[in-house]
Design a protein around this ligand. Structure first.
Ligand SMILES: Cc1ncc(COP(=O)(O)O)c(C=O)c1O
Length: 368
């Protein structure tokens, strides 16, 4: 049986009757940029995250760039982050002219290792950008303690983890600014690109709003150099429908993860570690295949028609475009091990029992 890594058509089939009318409403209004749909969605996201403010932007990457710009982070500043993440995290730091400073990931949970952060702080450090990878929050409690002690800003890249929780509090409630992506493959995915910044800080929220409109504070009066970082009304309208289903979908993903966890006991598969004080939304179910066998297992699964992917095969400190940072293999061993061993399996909510069984059978066989 073939099982795709993600089946967005199955999700759309179930939602078609809810989504089509809102698309029509936006088309009838011919109001496409920002406007009431975006404002309504922002209010709903702020309520969902229990934050005071939410600012809709054009993508998860732009949410990071806008957040960095709102904090005046740029040339001469250092931002601490993890090398085991999607490119956009580190790309956005470099994009505003700041220097990405890497701290290795935790060997088991893939998120930045808080025990190693303080050693990376210098007089130039302005912010920490932890990433909530694969659906599980970074250790935000410890990270905020470190940030308070050293007077640093925290911008949490929660592109993959909307609705996840840490010590009972959702993503958005710890950092100064938290960012989300609505890329179609996210748990809350649009019909195109989209993103959001959430914060409790009214001044930062207002600055993000201004920055997404070319820094315009009054019509044709530009107090800052911003950009076009606006969210489309169509995306907002569709995402408002999907937001109503988000918690149900994430619960289903957790059920699927629990099923896999149990089936992979006594196999060579290293199942994902989710700490008991964390609630993951499992944007990815990422296993590790040790002993240099990951690529072989991936090839075997692909042959059997079971979708799988490597997020991410090259840690950011070894990317060509960051050669100027002068890192070499061995600098961040946990991230390098993860890059060589991780494999993400189908975990989407619409998976049937037969599909899950097919995944387990194929993985077990491929590892055999
Ligand atoms: C960890 C992380 N950061 C940032 C982004 C960027 O989001 P977007 O693709 O919406 O720009 C992503 C998206 O894949 C991500 O996974």
């Amino acid at each position: 049986m073939k099982v795709p890594l993600l089946d967005l058509k199955a999700q759309y089939a179930a939602l078609r009757d809810e989504i089509q009318p809102v698309i029509e409403t936006v088309c009838d209004s011919q109001y496409f940029i920002l406007g009431p749909q975006v404002q309504g969605f922002e209010e709903e996201i702020a309520a969902y995250c229990d934050t005071r403010h939410a600012v809709g932007v054009s993508s998860g990457t732009d949410a990071l760039i806008v957040s960095l710009m709102a904090c005046d982070i740029g040339s001469g500043d250092e931002v601490i982050t993890t090398p085991f993440t999607f490119f956009g995290t580190v790309g956005s730091i470099a994009r505003v002219g700041a220097k990405p400073v890497f701290v290795d990931s935790c060997p088991t949970c893939f998120n930045i290792d808080p025990a190693k952060i303080e050693a990376a702080i210098t007089e130039h450090t302005k912010a920490i950008m932890p990433v909530d990878l694969f659906g599980q929050m970074a250790d935000m409690r410890r990270i905020m303690e470190i940030a308070r002690k050293h007077d640093l800003i925290v911008i949490e890249d929660s592109a993959q983890s909307i609705g996840a929780a840490h010590h009972g509090k959702k993503t958005g409630q710890y950092a100064h600014l938290t960012t989300f992506s609505f890329f179609p493959s996210k748990n809350l995915g649009g019909f195109g690109d989209g993103g959001m910044v959430v914060t409790d800080d009214a001044e930062l929220a207002q600055k993000c709003r201004v920055l997404r409109m070319h820094g315009e504070t009054k019509r044709y009066h530009h107090s800052f150099i911003g950009g076009n970082f606006r969210l489309d009304a169509l995306q907002a309208a569709i995402l408002r429908v999907k937001l109503r289903h988000l918690d149900g979908w994430s619960a289903k993903r957790r059920e699927n993860a629990a099923y896999y966890d149990e089936k992979f006991v006594d196999t060579p598969v290293v199942t994902p570690t989710v700490y008991d004080y964390n609630k993951s939304i499992y944007n990815q179910y990422t296993i590790m295949i040790p002993k240099g066998r990951r690529d072989q297992v991936q090839a075997h699964l692909t042959e059997l028609g079971v979708g799988c992917a490597v997020y991410y095969p090259i840690p950011l400190h070894l990317q060509e475009c960051f050669a100027y940072l002068n890192h070499k293999p061995g600098d961040f061993p946990s991230s390098e091990v993860a890059a060589g061993e991780v494999l993400s399996l189908p975990i989407y909510p619409e998976l049937t029992d037969a599909q899950k069984n097919a995944v387990v059978a194929a993985v077990t066989k491929a590892c055999g």
